[in-house]
Design a protein around this ligand. Sequence first.
Ligand code: DC
Length: 222
Amino acid sequence: MISIAIDGPSGAGKSTISRKLAGMYGFVYVDTGALYRAVGLHFLNAGVKAEETQKIIDGLSNIQIDIKFIDNEQRVFLNGVDVSDKIRTPEVSLMASAVSAIGKVREFLFDLQQSMAKKHNVIMDGRDIGTVVLPNATLKIFLTASAEERARRRYEELIARGMNVTYEDVLADLKLRDQNDSSREIAPLKPADDAIIVNTTGNTFERSVTILSGLISHKLGL
Ligand code: DC
């Protein structure tokens, strides 16, 4: 099986670029952030606070997370309910970042992620795909961009979805998440030693897709 790991901070364009690349190569696109978001949503709904680590660990036994593909799009199910749309709010983003710092949560999601790469040719995006989940990935890319550019993209995305947010809040949230994701002890956000680092600041979407598809085609000998 072929696996392309795409890691990087939030808002670097991982999901839109990965989805496009998966379509081009006929691979399955796996968005692992959605799994952490589903876990975050579960505990938000249960009224558990981000700092109640033990409650979160104990509560994992009540959660079943599944991935299904409907019309080639990944859908995430939390205890049998499709939560793919509900997990896209700023509250869930912060809770996902908090729960993702807990080792037991990462262990809980590990097998599901690995099993996807065993069954399909995948483009898998996340934070620790190249370093932890798929250390033997065919190709590892670390996608990044300046915080301001990432915040601007995320802001436009949220506004387009009809959410009432300000650019300043989005930038502040993003910096907080960067800080959480990079400074945690377990599986911190960092490029794998053998990852190719691609900075998309100032690139159009098409330009970034061209750069990454160039890397993939070269690696696959296409
Ligand atoms: O990519 P995203 O913004 O949907 O991810 C949500 C959160 O989940 C993010 O703050 C970091 C965390 N995450 C992670 O720790 N490891 C992954 N492989 C994917 C996401």
